[in-house]
Ligand binder design. Sequence first.
Ligand SMILES: O=C(O)CCC(=O)C(=O)O
Ligand SMILES: [Fe+2]
Length: 332
Amino acid sequence: MTVIQEYSKLPVISLRDHKSVESLAQQLNDVCTTEGFMYVKDHGIPQELIDKAFAIAGDYFANAGPQDKVELKDNIGYTAMRKGLRWFVLSLDSTRGSGDLKECFHLANPDWLQLHDEQMLLPPILEPSRSTMESFISQINCVAHRLLEGLSVSLHLAPDYLSSQHLGERNRLRLLHYPPASLPLNTTEDSKSADIRAGAHTDYGSITVLFQSSVSGLQVRRGSSWVDVPPKPGCLVINIGDALEFWSGGAFKSTLHRVVMPRNLSETTSRYSIAYFLHPDNESVLQPLGGQINDLVLDEILVRKGMKAGVRKIKGGEYVQARLDATYGKKE
Ligand SMILES: O=C(O)CCC(=O)C(=O)O
Ligand SMILES: [Fe+2]
């Protein structure tokens, strides 16, 4: 039986404490080779901007009309809850996201689009919030690139190595809404762990930057336990994704996480979160870096993620697509 820890012992990294990239690299290395998940404080993104982004997301999910709830292009736009699939999918494989009790809206990365003289596509309801969302994403990019510098150095690479492979064409900002849910009638351990707002999964990209509003529910896997990661004032949650796990030769861990159903009255309201997925660029080349490559470890990771054993070099775009195909089934 799995044990649920009621408190979080996730490491907290301050971006202000580090006077040199080497000292940041050391701390990131300690966390990413073990937990793969951390809180980050003193990140420099103004709380006022974060609050505005949550207000925009709240307004979107409350008031979007049919013209706003559309898929625009390349996974940008609205994804509805798939109620009909829920029990079917859960009973098969809880690592598949399509049965989750959540709805999402994905935005592109304006920094990348500006480099190519393009504008972010938005539905009518989000158009008045364009400049706020653009500056929010740009600020997240700054934090993400600071972390990439530290991660590059911790892999004994030049500080800009990873940044130069993450100009951000595939990055997505995901606004998430988990609708209100009642407390389960049957609160046995089994039903609690099966009944999820977001099924256990790992993220596909390099790093994920997560903002949580006030409602808890996020948990990360540690051994055979689930550890709560409640919202912490002033902190972001950062985790390593599958692409960087592969790229680091398995040194950095892409850890399972999930969002559980309400366990107390305060968790029964809508839950909002915002995740920014930093993906390797399409043409970047993922080739296990760092110390010695352990073929057994790498193949075990690849197979566990639904990919072919033996892959040692793959383009960023192909990697992310292969993970999507392994999770949601290949599109014919
Ligand atoms: O909503 C959360 O706190 C986590 C969301 C998440 O893990 C994801 O969208 O990949
Ligand atoms: Fe995730």
